[in-house]
Design a protein around this ligand. Sequence first.
Ligand code: HEM
Length: 154
Amino acid sequence: MKITRFVFGVILATLVLTGVPAFAEQTADDAVVDPGPTLYERLGGGEGVQKIIDHTISLHLENPTIKHRMEGVDLDYLAASVAAFLSAGTGGPNNYTGPDMATAHAGMMLSNEEFDAAVADVLAAVMGNVDDGQAEHDEVQAILLSFRDQVVGK
Ligand code: HEM
């Protein structure tokens, strides 16, 4: 019995002197871990996002797969609306007031090829506007690809 109590005492003392404080400290540190800048911030904030979308639209106008889709479209409105959409989806302010993606593209019967061409333009614009932007490229890609079913074939 005495030995058991002694062993228990030693374990308790060890925990108090070493393990418990270390554990407590680590938990406190974990609780205040800085998540780092949002994707929106890493894209350059409002100004950066607008530059990326302006660049994207200029690429769309040159892109043989989709340039015909831009005919007759109010490109200033489109640029502002898509920038607001991207801002809202990347952790920036949510000023998007347009329709959901299925409604925005209703009646266009967009193909997967057109969808991929449009996404490729956005990603090229990300790489062109963000220094060392591979991580941002991959994150924007994942976001955009999640909209395929809402955009294609509507
Ligand atoms: C992830 C893919 C896409 C996203 C996130 C997206 C996003 C948007 C947004 C936010 C709008 C504005 C809606 C509004 O405010 O009325 C819009 C409109 C438009 N999108 Fe997309 N789009 C995508 C794919 C495409 C593709 C593949 C095309 C054509 C190749 C396309 C062509 C257009 C056109 C022409 C409009 C303007 C329609 C109109 O004048 O009413 N979009 N898109």
